[in-house]
Design a protein around this ligand. Structure first.
Ligand code: LLP
Length: 414
């Protein structure tokens, strides 16, 4: 199987490449991705939907480093963009505007007008006001813009509250009970082609029944609209499929497809999906170096790394728990370690209370399953540089992002 290996007695590898060599050559903090695993996961998800008309629009927000986007474009993926920047990256990677859906609360007038001008595959509209603005922009250009309405199905997703998006109280989409009237109005506008209905109820959802409930509500709306004579082309069910961060069981692509196709196939509409995490999450790791060890009074040890919330925000922001490994296995007895970063914030943690062999300064730690929402959420807080990123493929590695320098950082400051 493609991906990372952590043999009990040997050093860590990625598709046969020795990760010690990569870390020695490129330094840390360093993200490393497995090209074969990204492709394998994309293909597995793609194939799970079989012959039913469908299209995968990889969610760029999970990881939009150009080397990864190019790879997925070459594999045949379309894209879901959340900003002008993500649209620009998809275009640079070779995607056609028609292969991009544009989602997002708070698209600016410039972003919307550019999307209309480019002929984006579908603008997933968030509100009556946004539909109105798109209609006016399209008519001003003598065009019709392809739009889908994002609905909020009021579904509870069993995930971290910070990444649930499908309840009435969340800022996303239009309440589903107002959607039919709004769609009928949109379909009658001269500047709009209403081509789909869209929903995304949250991320890291490991219960596919939740996604099925949302899909059923959206499919029912689509059927009603088809009955009303609206010429819909697709149902876009967003992303959200979770992965097993703690090694526990996670949904399979096949199980996910079964649940969605059950409710979507009767409509006959093309199914669009916007997976991010499921494709790239397990295909990336973060390598960090131990820079200090501080014993605590309670017998635990702070293991201070050269990576923290600036390189990897998920533990600080969502209490996310990622498996840790050492790049080279250690023979010291296990103690309780709090792996923390170098930033002046108490919330700057990578993993707390882990029973691991006590490392020494200079040892290297691997944070697993960081391919999604890792480098994409890195920041320059404390004037720290964005980390470097390497892609392993064909038995070697290449850099897809060099480490940022202080010159890069100040380049746009006057
Ligand atoms: N489509 C839309 C409209 C979205 O808002 C998202 C994620 C996706 C697709 C992709 O969802 P995925 O398949 O990756 O679950 N930073 C958080 C995750 C935020 C997700 C935001 N929206 C984290 O690290 O867990």
């Amino acid at each position: 199987m493609a991906g990372f290996g952590f043999p009990p007695g040997g050093t860590a590898t990625c598709d046969g490449v020795d990760l010690v060599a990569v870390a020695d050559a490129e330094g840390t903090p360093l993200y490393v991705y497995s090209e074969p695993l990204i492709i394998e996961r994309y293909r597995e998800l793609e194939a799970a939907f079989g012959d039913y008309p469908h299209r995968i629009h990889y969610a760029l927000k999970a990881n939009s480093t150009l080397g990864i986007v190019r790879l997925l474009h070459e594999a045949g993926s379309a894209f879901d963009a959340n900003s002008a920047g993500e649209i620009a990256v998809a275009l640079r990677a070779g995607a056609a505007p028609s292969e991009i859906v544009f989602t997002g609360v708070g698209k600016t007038a410039t972003e919307l007008d550019d999307a209309v001008r480019l002929g984006i595959g579908a603008i997933n509209a968030e509100s009556a006001g946004e539909l109105d603005r798109i209609d006016r922009m399209a008519r001003a250009r003598g065009r019709r813009a392809r739009v889908a309405l994002r609905v909020n199905p009021n579904v509870r997703a069993d995930t971290h509250p910070g990444i649930a998006t499908g309840r009435r109280s969340h800022k996303f989409g239009v309440p589903i009970d107002q959607a039919r009237a709004l769609c009928l109005e949109a379909a009658a506008r001269d500047g709009l082609d209403l081509v789909g209905v869209h929903a995304h109820v949250g991320s890291q959802i490991t219960n596919v029944e939740t996604l099925g409930r949302s899909a059923a509500l959206v499919a029912e709306l689509a059927r009603t609209l088809l009955g009303d004579g609206v010429d819909l082309e697709h149902i876009d069910l967003g992303g959200g499929l979770g992965i097993a961060y703690d090694g526990a069981a996670a949904p399979t692509a096949a199980g996910y497809a079964r649940v969605l196709l059950d409710v979507v196939a009767p409509t006959g509409l093309t199914l669009l999906l916007e997976p991010g995490r499921w494709i790239v999450g397990p295909a990336g790791i973060l390598v960090a170096t131990v820079v200090d060890i501080k014993p605590q009074r309670n017998g635990r040890h702070f293991v201070v790394l050269d990576a923290g919330m600036t390189e990897f925000l998920r533990p600080a922001l969502y209490d996310a728990e990622h498996c840790l490994e050492y790049l080279t296995p250690l023979a010291t007895p296990a103690v309780t370690c709090d792996f923390v970063g170098p930033i002046c914030e108490t919330t700057d943690v990578i993993a707390m209370a882990r029973s691991m062999p006590l490392p020494e300064v200079g040892d290297r730690v691997v944070v697993r399953d960081t391919g999604a929402y890792g480098s994409a959420m890195a920041s320059n807080y404390n004037r720290r540089p964005q980390p470097a990123e390497a892609l392993v493929g064909g038995g070697k590695w290449r850099m897809i992002r060099r480490r940022q320098t202080i010159d890069d950082q100040v380049a746009c400051e006057c």
